[in-house]
Design a protein around this ligand. Structure first.
Ligand code: UT7
Length: 332
């Protein structure tokens, strides 16, 4: 029996309208456009404004656009996975809310949390349901409203993050294209460097935890930076080598957008020149689960059927990994 392959067959993104510039951040915390630009590469990020709006609203916009673009009725979707660290609420899953808001009635849905590596974990997880032959239309959403967990008095973290969402559709592929290979890792001992201190079962929310600002992202930037540079670069190089590819064979490197210096180090290690690396960090900052699919959305018209593409991410947990895929369609 022939192996069923799975491939991304459509991608769509959504970012909120409000643009938070480095100049505006200069009025909020003790920082400068020059510091943010040279240390991170970020110039601006999007922020979701509006009472009662959350991650699911951005995710649902991305999903509705995705299905419309591919000409698929919401009733055809079998499964929706939402990768996020900023769920609308602790339960139910934001994926359940997205399916409701997008009119998806026949799918099961659940959330997946692997911090900044969530989207690539979700992509591979979703692809396995397709490769098993059980399902034909799986939607994977990467969405985060980081502004809901960022402390705008902490200059080290508030300049980095932004809000956004993007979604891909995975379907069976009859051609030798699609999701080819991956390498994933996690190391829970890294949690001390990047986490949220309160709000979970260990330290439920209380007046004290609020006063101590423990419901915000806690990050030891330098420590995370060191792990991110080494691990994201190594895992990308490893997937390339393991599949007998070289940097010359790779049409596009799609790195998680955490810091321009980490992106450049990863590209160098994989021998891929920067003109073949997708970078939109300057406009969106770090949108956590949305960075990689937002890049795919923005570069969709430039990717060609059969292109070798490497997706790679590093994030809280620690979690990290890389995916090799062969792009499955020409969009123009
Ligand atoms: O996506 C999930 C994974 N996360 C990451 O990959 C993030 C990894 N880390 C980073 O990207 C970087 O560590 C940061 C961008 C967070 C920080 O950059 P850095 O080059 O590591 O700066 P630093 O923490 O070593 O701080 C250097 C200096 C310090 O001042 P002193 O002690 O040298 O006087 C900081 O207080 O820069 C200062 N600083 C700032 N100055 C102006 C820190 N944040 C700011 C700021 N504006 N926003």
């Amino acid at each position: 029996m022939n192996k069923i392959r799975s491939a991304i067959t459509a991608v769509h993104g959504y970012v909120p309208d409000y643009i938070l510039t480095n100049q505006e951040l200069e009025t909020i915390v003790d920082t400068t456009d020059e510091w943010i630009t040279t240390r991170t590469g970020i110039k601006e990020r999007r922020i979701q404004k509006g009472e009662g709006l959350g991650t699911s609203d951005m995710g649902a916009e991305a999903v509705k656009g995705l299905l419309e673009k591919r000409g698929i009725d919401p009733s055809e979707v079998d499964l929706l996975i939402c990768c996020t660290v900023t769920p609308d609420m602790k339960f139910p899953a934001t994926a359940n809310v997205i399916t409701d808001k997008a009119g998806i009635k026949n799918a099961f849905s659940y959330d997946l949390n692997a911090a900044c590596s969530g989207f690539i974990y979700g992509l591979v997880t979703g692809s396995k349901f397709v490769e098993s032959g059980m399902y034909k239309k799986v939607v994977v959403v990467g969405a985060d409203k980081m502004s809901s967990i960022v402390d705008y008095t902490d200059r080290q973290t508030c300049v980095i993050f932004g809000d956004g969402a993007a979604a891909v559709l995975i379907e069976p592929s009859s051609e030798p294209n699609g999701i080819m290979d991956h390498e994933f890792h996690s190391d829970g001992s890294g949690r001390v460097h990047l986490h949220m201190k309160a709000g979970g079962s260990v330290k439920p929310p209380s007046h004290e935890t609020i006063d101590a600002r423990e419901h915000y992202v806690y990050q030891e930037g330098q420590a995370v930076f060191k792990f991110a540079v080494t691990n994201m670069a190594d895992v990308s190089a490893s997937v390339i080598k393991k599949n007998n590819l070289t940097g010359d064979d790779i049409a596009w490197l799609v790195p998680h957008q955490a810091n321009m210096r980490i992106i450049e180090a990863t590209a160098r290690r994989s021998c891929i020149p920067m003109n073949r690396v997708m970078v939109n960090i300057q406009r969106y900052g770090n949108t956590t689960n949305a960075t990689i699919p937002l890049c795919l959305w923005e570069w969709e018209n430039q990717m060609k059927k059969g292109d070798n593409i490497i997706l790679t991410a590093f994030g809280g947990g620690f979690t990290w990994g890389a995916v090799w895929l062969k792009w499955a369609y020409d969009s123009n």
